[in-house]
Design a protein around this ligand. Structure first.
Ligand code: GUN
Length: 288
């Protein structure tokens, strides 16, 4: 079998065009431009690139956005005070704190300070709890949400499939498992204590990898006909970007595969734009 490519670049461009059209309709109706505040503490080069990409995407669809670049030495109190101000700012619909934060900062306290209706990352315990309970109108974490959109594009019914998520992070692995459970898959979440990982991945009809190790999963760990979703973005010693899946050998087994780059990454940004638009509706008291 030679896998079909799940082209996140093309699918996300369609989603972005849809958001742009809805912003234009909002403005034509006399509404306010949706606004996103992005907070970046310190000068981590990778985080700077992510933040720049997010703000460029906002500009493309016509959102207002502002960047709050805090110095590396900023205190937790300063960060919390900024969040309080953004919570109260009527121009701001969504607040995104770029992670990871330095160890000296209590990330949970920071995330819990964001109003759940402005939590466009979907990381607040209120939003994660609603995802766990399958409550509608929740701001959903962007990467898993984008992956569910990609899976819908395969046309494959997910009910009853065995889904294996490799990685248990708060940003991807855990909310991914909740999304797949809500879609009525049978879920296995693998992590560093998992025994016989290959046995688990070989059982997956849907395989999602978020490990951060280049070409970690070879083709013979993947079930024939699987939907293979690669969240990893890893730089190799020769400077190229590769995923957690060994693309060449996994492509010979899977039915569908996401490329790296151009698979999951652009979908995360498209989901952020959708969430910001949804948050703007929530600020107006409309159902998300
Ligand atoms: N760092 C890596 N991924 C993400 C994300 O999706 N949101 C935020 N806020 N920080 C991140």
């Amino acid at each position: 079998m030679s896998a079909r490519i799940l082209d996140g670049k093309t699918i996300s461009a369609d989603l972005r065009a849809g958001v742009k059209a809805r912003v234009e309709a909002l403005l034509a109706g006399g509404g306010r431009r949706p606004g996103l505040a992005v907070v970046l503490l310190g000068r981590d080069p990778a985080s700077e690139v992510y933040v720049r990409n997010k703000r460029n995407a906002c500009a493309q669809v016509g959102f207002y956005s502002e960047l709050h670049g805090l110095s590396e030495a900023s205190s937790q109190g300063q960060l919390l005070a900024l969040i309080d101000a953004l919570n109260a700012d009527s121009r701001i619909d969504g607040i995104l704190i770029q992670l990871p934060l330095p160890d000296r900062i209590d990330t949970e306290a920071v995330i819990e300070r964001i109003l759940p209706t402005k939590d466009v990352d979907g990381f607040h315990p209120y939003n994660i709890g609603r995802l766990a309970l399958r409550t509608p109108s929740v701001l959903r974490p962007c990467t898993p949400k984008g992956i569910m959109t990609l899976l819908a594009h395969t046309g494959r019914a997910l009910e009853g499939l065995d889904a294996v998520v490799v990685g248990e992070s708060d940003i991807v692995g855990r909310p991914m498992a909740l999304e797949l459970l809500a879609a009525r898959c049978t879920i296995t979440v693998c992590h560093e204590y998992t025994r016989d990982l290959a046995e688990k991945t070989r059982s997956a009809d849907v395989l999602v990898t978020a490990v951060g190790r280049p070409r970690f999963i070879p083709g013979d760990w993947v079930k024939e006909g699987a939907l293979a979703i690669d969240v990893g973005i890893n730089r190799t010693t020769d400077g190229s970007l590769v995923g957690d899946l060994d693309f060449a050998s996994v492509s010979r087994r899977a039915a569908w595969i996401t490329p790296v780059p151009g698979g999951v990454g652009p979908m995360t940004i498209a989901s952020l734009l959708e969430n910001t638009l949804q948050a703007a509706r929530l600020q107006l008291g409309e159902p998300g």
